[in-house]
Design a protein around this ligand. Structure first.
Ligand SMILES: [Zn+2]
Length: 389
């Protein structure tokens, strides 16, 4: 048994009044953030030598803020603690020169959310109890089970949908040992090639990608047209400035664009989940290469981000289920013969197959690289000798 922190994402179906409440709560979090940030800025301007107000100091200020602005009482008060924590973190990063100055937030942001630490529980099938909101309709509550909920985030996404993300503490069982190891290479045509010679192709989202590009184009054009309208209007009238938000045409395109992109991302995530779960079930030791040093230009940007997601999934699943993940440097893995160790020099990418001039074995480029990666990894953890026949 292994205690782990897991993320669960459910769809939320708030009714009209709950939707209004949610937008008030999104706004309240933004309000607290902006107030605290404004306070910090002003304090610095008045006296650059004054001490920065830390998280506890900001939490103390919350009381006065709540007295002054009654609408803040409509929020789950733990969400303000999270806001203060995040702002304090942002300042910490700034002081360590690892991040820029925190920004004020405005209501035009495409993604809205708030995070709270209060308890929320499953009321019934597809129904959950959330602080201040009461019972709210959700998707599959069965996923939560008897897990302990640590924190929750309600979000409104550019797709126009509401979601509830839960961070839960749960237990997972370790998988039985299989005494098998595998090396994985990243391919061009295939996503992953295993040292056993299995090629896992990339998922096919061509149609969706085309749709996404189409809507992106429509979105850009409609937004430009709306912008022109706004400029025209605002040139003649200065008393009442019109806003871009009023144009529903481009906003509809924005939602459609977001939905296409989301569907592609979902498809990709599902595919990677299936693939990584498969690998975790079948192998005790999984060796992959460190992509940081590999010639990155040759790989499409998309492929790179897929690989990162794939690696992140492998990392946490290995930790959960008691498997070993070994990361090796990818130097020379595609040039060396996996049978006799003869290095035949750098080969252009077009060369998919080659024959070793020393031992005469015919290699598939990617499978050979995967075998080399496996050997390297086993050597690194001290199991290399057992494998050499
Ligand atoms: Zn050879």
């Amino acid at each position: 048994m292994n205690k782990v922190i897991k993320g669960i994402k459910l769809r939320l179906y708030p009714n009209q009044s709950q939707r209004e409440q949610l937008w008030q709560m999104f706004g309240n979090d933004r309000f607290v953030w902006n107030q605290m940030l404004g306070m910090a800025k002003e304090r610095y301007q008045n006296n650059p030598n004054s001490l920065f107000v830390n998280e506890y100091g900001m939490n103390y200020l919350l009381k006065q803020l709540k007295c002054e602005y009654a609408f803040l009482r409509e929020s789950d008060s733990t969400s303000f603690l999270v806001v203060n924590h995040n702002l304090a973190q942002a300042f910490k990063m700034l002081f360590r020169h690892r991040g820029g100055y925190p920004h004020f937030k405005n209501r035009h942001s495409l993604r809205q959310s708030y995070t709270g630490r209060s308890t929320c529980k499953v009321l019934a099938r597809r129904r959950m109890q959330l602080p201040k909101l009461g019972g709210i309709r959700t998707s599959r509550t069965g996923l939560v089970g008897d897990a302990k909920i640590k924190r929750y985030t309600v979000s409104y996404e550019p797709t126009g949908r509401y979601y509830l993300s839960l961070q839960v503490e749960t237990e997972v069982n370790q998988l039985p040992e299989t005494h098998q190891s595998v090396g994985l290479d990243m391919g061009l045509a295939d996503l992953v090639i295993s040292s056993d010679g299995v090629k896992y192709g990339t998922f096919n989202a061509e149609w969706l990608e085309k749709q996404a590009v189409r809507w992106q184009r429509k979105y850009a054009r409609r937004r430009y047209l709306a912008q022109c309208q706004v400029w025209k209007w605002n040139h003649n009238r200065f008393d009442h400035l019109e806003e871009l938000d009023g144009y529903s045409n481009w906003q509809r395109a924005r939602v459609n664009k977001a939905r296409c992109q989301k569907r592609i991302a979902n498809k990709r995530r599902d595919y990677l989940h299936k693939l990584t779960t498969d690998l975790i079930r079948n192998y005790d030791v999984i060796v992959i290469e460190d992509l940081k040093t590999k010639n990155l230009q040759k790989n499409h940007h998309m492929a790179r981000s897929i690989w990162h997601q794939f690696r992140a999934m492998l990392e946490y699943k290995c930790a959960w289920y008691g498997r070993q993940l070994v990361v090796v440097k990818p130097d020379y893995t595609s040039q060396t013969c996996s049978n006799c160790g003869f290095s035949s020099g750098k080969k252009p990418l077009e060369v998919r197959e080659w024959t070793c001039p020393k031992c005469g074995i015919h290699h598939d480029r990617d499978v050979n690289a995967a075998v080399n990666i496996l050997h390297k990894g086993l050597k690194a953890i001290g199991q290399g000798l057992a494998l050499v026949k």
